[in-house]
Design a protein around this ligand. Structure first.
Ligand SMILES: *Cc1c(COP(=O)(O)O)cnc(C)c1O
Length: 385
């Protein structure tokens, strides 16, 4: 396909001759009203009605046992790993192709990553690759799985649902059960994505969502920890609020805690955004279908949801024939004012993770060189399908 064709197509979709960004939020619902109401109440900080309401909205929408709002998605993931019992010097398996926050959350725990390959089906952690890595490199002891070479305990598996496309969760659940590993889902990008009818982030013991400015809904900055049981949700709320034991005036904290609670003013934004989510999801599916039709008979392959899943199509993506075609397309579209982006560089290429353990990364390297993200802001004119 000629790069001009893509540029024309995108300009036509967005009906604009200006710079077209990758993803921007919109606040056409009750955002202003709720935020003003929040300011008038003076409860703008870590206590307030909107936090509880936003947590209930997310718990109802996702079907998790309990949801706890946090300052951002990385904080939600950090708290999830803490509650999953990850300790200093533990190893945690995750995918090499991800946004850096996944690996950083492990680092905050004092744990170390093992980078494993992705599946071409989901672009997320490959269950077969995890099973192979463990088979070759781990042994099951009375303390759980241990890395044969380093002697470190392997504690958890953290898949990430790339661009909103759910990973193969049944297979990952099986590997985790076999090896006594805890499954924690980085669902930062996948609010509104379902794996065989289950919302992403609710299959593992914990899931983490992000409400950063470029995600499907935003609270300015924010995150949500999804818990699979009520007890963990209560504990999560406790540790994210400095582990303070409730008392009218005494300061007593019964364990090491975080200051990770989402401020009420951000939650006010979240409550209004949640009301728009179904509409955004419909608009994003519509947009994805239009891209899919455009690329159907071209040399560029549009990334679609796996057959077992329903994706939120957070970021639309195509796979180029090779790195040269990718670079040419990136260059042309960005110069033409249509923002496109390559995928993240693999984690082990970053200086702080270059010496981390890793498996074979054939698929991750293939897609790293070929993926391009396309403008994905929901188009307002589109009617729900
Ligand atoms: C956005 C994102 C996060 C972290 O979210 P923040 O709210 O920015 O901390 C984590 N993991 C992935 C894969 C993300 O895309």
């Amino acid at each position: 396909m000629k790069p001009e064709t893509l540029v024309e197509f995108v300009r036509d979709i967005y009906q604009s001759n200006e710079q077209i960004p990758l993803h921007v939020p919109s606040f056409d619902g009750n955002e202003k009203s709720y935020v003003l109401n929040c300011i008038d109440s003076t409860f703008v900080s870590s206590v307030g009605q909107y936090v509880n309401r936003f947590e209930r909205q997310i718990a109802d929408f996702t079907g998790c046992a309990g949801a706890v709002a946090t300052v951002n998605g990385t904080a939600a993931l950090h708290t999830a790993l803490h509650l999953a019992g990850v300790e200093r010097n533990d190893l945690v398996i995750t995918q090499a192709l991800t946004f850096v926050a996944t690996a950083n959350a492990l680092f905050h725990m004092g744990a170390q990553p093992i980078f494993v390959d992705i599946s071409p089906l989901s672009l997320g952690l490959c269950p077969k690759a995890v099973a192979c890595y463990l088979q070759e490199n781990a042994k099951l002891t009375e303390f759980g799985p241990v890395h044969k070479q380093t002697g470190q305990r392997i504690k958890a598996v953290v898949p990430m649902h790339t661009f909103g496309h759910p990973v193969e969760l049944d297979e990952l659940v099986s590997v985790c059960a076999k090896w006594q590993l805890t499954l924690v889902e980085d669902a930062a990008e996948s609010l509104g994505s379902y794996y065989k009818g289950h919302h992403t982030g609710t299959v593992g013991k914990f899931g983490a969502i992000s409400f950063n400015g470029n995600k499907i809904i935003t609270t300015g900055g924010g995150g949500m920890l999804l818990c699979s049981d009520e007890q963990s949700a209560l504990h999560a709320k406790h540790v994210t609020t400095t582990a303070k034991v409730p008392h009218p005036y005494e300061f007593y904290h019964d364990e090491p805690g975080f200051n990770y609670r989402m401020p009420n003013i951000n939650a006010a934004l979240g409550c209004a955004q949640m009301e728009c989510l179904p509409q955004y999801l419909a608009q994003k599916r519509q947009l994805a279908h239009q891209y899919e039709a455009l690329f159907a008979s071209s040399d560029l392959k549009f990334v679609t949801e796996p057959a077992y899943a329903q994706s939120n199509y957070w970021l639309n993506a195509i796979v180029c024939a090779d790195r040269q075609q990718r670079d040419q397309l990136l260059q042309f579209t960005n110069v033409a004012g249509v923002m496109t982006r390559p995928v993240w560089q693999l984690m082990h290429r970053l200086p702080m993770y270059q010496y981390s353990l890793r498996g074979e990364l054939t698929n991750a390297e293939f897609f790293e060189a070929r993926l391009i993200n396309l403008p994905s802001t929901p188009v307002a004119e589109v009617v729900n399908d």
